[in-house]
Design a protein around this ligand. Structure first.
Ligand SMILES: [Zn+2]
Ligand SMILES: [Zn+2]
Length: 855
């Protein structure tokens, strides 16, 4: 691990990777690569399935570890570098007498390796690349076999987040193999940039995760790290020493952080240090309110004596620059009772604001104190100032835009010096609470420039990004490794910048990923942040008082009707546990919408984001998506049998589409969740439909071979396998042979070999209860730009543009798979697939020209 940089102290030392030695055999890697296991009696690793390997007796495991290290660590190093490696060069003896692996020279060796490759001619380079790709691919699959069992996979599916390496190999060995694979893959891609090798995610290291938990990381933060960082960056982050007490996060889940939520009833503003008991300073709320009433911005600074605050009213049009403060309320810089803070805090803020305004030079004389704006001090609190408070909140968009700089204050950064390396600063800053709150996202999105306050100055991550990106691929590997750590750790910030760079009208397309991993204490404020970020007029949202009953639902409804357009994919942003809420009248037509946008999306941002927007109105969200309509209607669902799967007891059904002989569709659902009661009560008035997020009906085995993307719009030229005459002839012969055998009363050989490659595609989907839209006068208003798209409706009136009303019953996943052979009837194949007597149903495909009003 020593080739990975360490953060500066306080930081943890590298994890020691022991040299595993066998009593019986000093495994020393020798070429050729592929026959090495067989030459040492380990050829079974390559042929045995993972679960069997995990029955390997405990007593022999140290021997296995020694072999695996010689093979997948030293062997891979030698094969990759193309030069015989002296094991002793990679091994040192610690003070305690342990023999451990030392990789300090790895980056230097990679530099030399690159120089050698550059001297080869084109064909030789291709040969080298093919060789190392084979070794890296083999290493990855062999390590997966040795560190994964079915139980791991089940756990991953159930928990929804990664599980750890199995215990067949020691944790240190697993980690060292992941880190080596990650490092070599990076080097390989730098030297051969034309054909990128996909880099695995490596999220299974127990050592890294345990250390992060000990350092006080929230489990949701670890999930986020897994999503954004490879093992090298994750390992670097785990060396960052303690962030805070782990107990704060005892109530958090893998997806949601519940720490840092503010409870108004027992919130207390904090002093700079706990022993201080200085006076509070602030301004009378009435004076602030006066400024707001005349449409000015109330900024502040310390008065001449430095003991109180003075007001600096800024006209919206005058070009006076001021600094706006962005902070996390849980740090203690808020106040629900008055527009005041402890004097020690105000003085510190003033010093920091002055430093920013004077670009880091020494603080000026008190008379030169620079004006600043801070919500705690400048938004009127208390009853009697509701109107001014609302105006001030509505003005936040202007305030953050007008401010020269937004200064982020976060207690977690108070002891960090600006002199740390860019990659360390990136890793530390982006892991703070500030990146987990919704209000702060909104402030940064509105700001022109955001800087983070550290112990001895402030840092602009955008500037650091520029520095790091100056290192191009010709830089030394040590620098490239640091660049990777910086860029991966910086993801939360980069995502924020990307969102900010979009125009107001297009931001809504990315709303789901922008708010991912963030939370807010008061859900009724959520829509305020959204409206400000999307450039909407806040007045109708603020017209719903936060003290009204169901204020958050009413405000959400107002926001949705105000914003009007949302990504079509919004209706799939749910999981099994959603939709259990009772349907209140306030929400009719809005059941598709989240009560909250935060913490809905768990997946990383898709490569091809869903950019199609759909109109939302009082009736619902009007989408145009592909759907599967089961021929037998609700009976398919109500008569389905239960099936135990890795995610628990689920019902399942199988479908085929007419003329699509090679493929079938599987859908599984949970009767105990979702709104099956609704489906039952609407049975006679509705029909079931499976609305698909992506049109997987267009994905075929051949399309995958051709590298065509999922969701291709034009599926007219779909071809099927086994169209060739020769194969068809063979198939006919086989069927005839079986028929003859059956006729003679002989047993038909059931054990035929699947002739096809494995194939599967899946998509998120919803099961809906659909019906023809009620003909109400309002309907005409809802058809706008999409009117030219004629649905292919059922029945004789197929030329009439019909929209179907659809109520979500459950979020599901629909899978498309291939039959193993075409020589059997579909229902027989299904028996083999499923091991039970499930029948296969037929379904009709409705194209994406059909419109659905999702309620
Ligand atoms: Zn947490
Ligand atoms: Zn104080």
């Amino acid at each position: 691990m020593n080739h990975i940089p360490l953060p500066q102290a306080p930081a943890l030392a590298h994890i020691e990777i022991p040299v595993y030695e066998s009593d019986s055999n000093p495994y020393r890697y020798t070429q050729p690569w592929l026959s090495y296991p067989a030459r040492h009696g380990f050829d079974f690793i390559a042929i045995q399935v993972s679960d069997e390997l995990h029955e390997y007796p405990g007593g022999l495991r140290s021997n296995l570890a020694a072999f695996v290290q010689s093979w997948l660590f030293f062997g891979v190093l030698e094969e990759f570098l193309g030069v015989k490696q002296d094991h002793d060069e990679w091994i040192v003896t610690t003070e305690k007498g342990h023999r451990v692996i030392r990789t300090s020279q790895l980056c230097g060796k990679l530099d030399a390796w690159r120089a050698r490759i550059k001297q080869l001619d084109g064909n030789q380079q291709l040969e080298v690349r093919a060789g190392i790709d084979q070794v890296l691919g083999h290493m990855d699959s062999m390590h997966a076999t040795l560190s994964w069992t079915t139980a791991n996979i089940v756990q991953t599916v159930q928990v929804g987040s990664g599980s750890y390496h199995s215990d067949l190999l020691p944790d240190e060995l697993n980690l060292s193999l992941d880190v080596l694979h990650n490092t070599l893959s990076l080097a390989r891609n730098v030297v051969f940039p034309d054909a990128h090798l996909p880099i695995p995610t490596y999220t299974n290291s127990r050592l890294v995760h345990d250390q992060l938990a000990k350092n006080g990381w929230c489990s949701s933060e670890v999930s986020r790290l897994n999503q954004e960082c490879s093992v090298v960056s994750g390992y670097f982050s785990s060396r960052l020493s303690i962030l805070g007490s782990p107990t704060i996060h005892s109530k958090c889940s893998h997806w949601q952080c519940e720490a840092w939520q503010v409870d108004q009833s027992n919130y207390r503003p904090k002093h700079v240090n706990t022993l201080c008991d200085c006076m509070f300073v602030g301004l009378p709320t009435e004076r602030i309110a006066e400024i707001i009433r005349v449409s000015q911005i109330p900024c502040l600074r310390l008065d001449r004596r430095g003991t109180g605050l003075e007001l600096v009213a800024i006209d919206q049009r005058t070009p006076i620059r001021f600094t706006a403060i962005s902070h996390v309320w849980a740090d203690g810089l808020g106040n629900h009772a008055a527009n005041a803070l402890p004097h020690c805090q105000v003085r510190l803020i003033q010093e920091r604001v002055n430093m920013i305004a004077n670009a880091g030079s020494t603080p000026l004389a008190p008379s030169d104190d620079q004006p600043f704006w801070m919500d705690t001090l400048c938004i009127p609190v208390g009853s009697g100032f509701e109107d001014e408070r609302n105006t001030a909140i509505a003005e936040m968009a202007t305030i953050y835009r007008r401010s020269g700089t937004v200064l982020v204050l976060n207690n977690e950064l108070n002891s960090i010096s600006v002199a740390r390396s860019p990659w360390e600063l990136s890793a530390r800053i982006t892991r703070t609470t500030w990146f987990r709150r919704l209000w702060t996202l909104h402030e940064a999105v509105l700001a022109e420039k955001t800087v983070f306050q550290l112990q001895d100055g402030s840092v602009d991550l955008s500037e650091l990004q520029t520095v790091v990106q100056e290192w191009d691929d010709s830089s030394k590997f040590q620098d490239l490794l640091c660049r990777m750590i910086f860029l991966e750790a910086c993801q939360p910030y980069s995502k924020l910048l990307l969102f900010k760079s979009k125009s107001l009208s297009t931001r809504v397309r990315d709303i789901w990923t922008a708010v991912q991993w963030r939370n807010t204490s008061y859900q009724e404020d959520e829509t305020i942040c959204f409206a400000n970020m999307l450039g909407l007029d806040l007045s109708s949202i603020l017209a719903v008082s936060r003290y009204e009953s169901e204020a958050k639902i009413k405000r959400m409804k107002t926001f949705i009707l105000l914003q009007k357009y949302f990504p079509q994919g919004s209706i799939f942003q749910g999981d099994y546990s959603d939709l259990t809420r009772p349907s209140t009248t306030a929400l009719v037509g809005l059941e598709w919408a989240p009560q909250s946008f935060v913490f809905r999306t768990r997946k990383s941002a898709p490569e091809h984001p869903d950019t199609q927007l759909a109109l939302a109105d009082e009736l619902g969200l009007h989408v145009s998506l592909v759907a599967l309509i089961p021929d037998k209607g609700w009976d398919i669902f109500t008569q389905a049998e239960m099936n135990s799967t890795v995610v628990g007891d689920l019902h399942q059904a199988f479908f085929m589409m007419p003329l699509e002989w090679d493929y079938f569709y599987v859908v599984r659902w949970d009767m105990a969740r979702g709104r099956w009661d609704l489906a039952n009560s609407l049975r006679h008035k509705t029909f079931p439909a499976l609305i698909l997020q992506q049109d997987i009906t267009l994905v075929t085995d051949e399309a995958l071979d051709l590298g065509e993307a999922v969701g291709r719009k034009d599926g007219t030229s779909m071809t099927r396998m086994f169209d060739g005459d020769l194969i068809a002839e063979e198939a006919r012969e086989e069927v005839l042979r079986e028929m003859m055998m059956e006729a003679r009363g002989e047993t038909v050989e059931e054990d035929y070999t699947p002739e096809r490659r494995s194939f599967s595609a899946s998509t998120r989907a919803i099961i809906v209860a659909a019906s023809v839209m009620d003909a109400s006068p309002d309907t005409s208003n809802t058809t706008d730009s999409l009117q030219d798209k004629r649905p292919r409706a059922k029945g004789p009136n197929s030329n009439v543009a019909v929209e179907y009303q659809a109520r979500i019953i459950q979020h599901v996943e629909v899978q498309k798979e291939m039959f193993s052979t075409y020589t059997r009837a579909a229902c027989k194949q299904m028996e083999r697939y499923n091991g039970s007597t499930h029948s296969i149903n037929s379904c009709e495909k409705w194209s994406d020209r059909v419109r659905w009003c999702i309620q």
